[in-house]
Design a protein around this ligand. Structure first.
Ligand code: GLA
Length: 391
């Protein structure tokens, strides 16, 4: 009898363990490891909301893959490793869904340090010259990871840390991520408490809402480094995509991609995207390809700043932001050494980034808008990427 009672209790304990396993923060998650696409499709429902799957561990912290689903059945996957957007399944003009962003189906892909695929970038997006800046009379030395410059936060930027994640409950497709960047991390002053809220809206927008507070003055420039290919197939380059950017000026750079400090008119140059142009049309006139910050017109509030279209799939991407700049990067350093989940090499120009941001190297450029966050104030910025189809 004792044995039967023991066996029954053991059964119930196991049942509780099995049903609660993988349930993070009370979401309707499963214990499935979605490291393969087969598991992915089994795990995901098209019910609006957030589901989660165990993705392993990094730095002793649990990593999850979260699937945000809106009422149209569009799904965006985000992992709390680097706050990274790993997939965005969007329909083409025939309703066929494929991912319009570069990404991997497991944590290992990201631990191999791809060039910031889909990641949150911080503490400072893009380059700071010579990894140095002076603030309130003190010179700070940052980790240099791009020749003599510091790029995207240094050796271990926000793209390589595990964020604390809180998925929304119910049918809202929101994931809130939090990370405390310690005073001195990668050379930056002040404890910076960062919260990033990703929401997949029913209008098929991925809204990224960033807030941060500090206890010492520090430069802050946060962005997302998603690489888009609207055809959904990396075998096609983005050279046939058409781009429009609302920018009358851009910031020319030196050979190490540090701005010269000038705000140069785009008129009469291959940087003039005020009217839509195919990316491949004038790229040969830009040594190395596009990797430049565009000075966006208007400002202060969230406005549409760029539109990318692809005639092959009919997909269209509109970018909205309150930021003063956007880094248009045409995937120049992609070289085929990384493979997509379907085994295709990710070649040069296989995808592009539109990183909404403050201008590169602002802490050393008195003529650029300030990126210094003061204690007692809140950094707050919103960017939205909206996907639609044109017939
Ligand atoms: C940004 C930079 C590029 C490059 C990529 C990542 O877009 O401006 O120069 O470093 O990130 O490879």
């Amino acid at each position: 009898m004792k044995k039967i009672v023991g066996t029954i209790s053991l059964f119930f304990i196991m049942l509780v363990v099995v049903t609660s396993c993988g349930n993070n923060n009370g979401t309707n998650s499963t214990a499935t490891n979605d490291s393969t696409s087969t598991n992915d499709s089994m795990q995901n429902t098209t019910k609006p909301g957030v589901t989660s799957a165990d993705w392993g561990e990094s730095d002793g912290k649990k990593v999850f893959s979260y699937t945000l689903t809106n009422k149209n059945g569009v799904q965006v996957k985000i992992t709390n490793y680097g706050g990274t957007v790993t997939s965005w399944m969007a329909p083409d003009r025939n309703g066929k869904k494929s991912s319009i962003v570069l990404g991997f189906e497991n944590l290992q892909g990201y631990l191999a340090k791809p060039p910031y695929f889909g990641a949150l970038i911080g503490r400072y997006g893009n380059r700071i010259a010579n990894g140095k800046f002076t603030l309130n009379g003190k010179t700070y030395t940052l980790a240099t990871n791009n020749g003599k410059n510091s790029l995207h936060g240094g050796n271990k930027g926000f793209d390589k840390v595990v964020w604390d994640a809180t998925p929304a409950t119910g049918d809202s497709a929101t994931l809130t991520l939090n990370y405390l960047s310690k005073d001195g991390e990668e050379g930056y002053p002040g404890n910076l408490n960062v919260t990033v809220k990703y929401t997949l809206t029913d209008a098929d927008e991925l809204e990224i809402d960033y807030t941060a507070q500090t206890d010492k003055a520090t430069p802050v420039n946060l962005t997302n480094h998603s690489y888009f290919n609207l055809t959904g197939d990396v075998a096609n380059t983005i050279l046939d995509h058409t781009l429009q950017i609302d920018a009358d000026r851009y910031t020319p750079v030196d050979t190490t991609l540090i701005p010269t400090g000038k705000l140069q008119p785009v008129a009469g140059t291959p940087f003039d995207f005020r009217q839509p142009h195919k990316i491949g049309e004038r790229i040969d006139q830009v040594p190395g390809g596009y990797d430049h910050n565009f000075v966006l017109n208007g400002g202060g509030s969230v406005r549409r700043v760029a539109t990318l279209t692809d005639t092959l799939s009919g997909r269209r991407l509109d970018v909205y932001t309150d930021q003063p700049g956007v880094q248009f990067y045409s995937g120049n350093f992609l070289d085929g050494s990384i493979k997509s989940p379907d085994g295709k090499p990710i070649n040069k120009h296989a995808a592009l980034c539109l990183e909404t941001q403050h201008f590169p190297d602002s802490p050393n450029q008195p003529g650029f808008p300030s990126t210094i966050l003061q204690p007692g104030t809140t950094y707050h910025t919103i960017t939205k990427y909206k996907v639609s189809v044109e017939q």
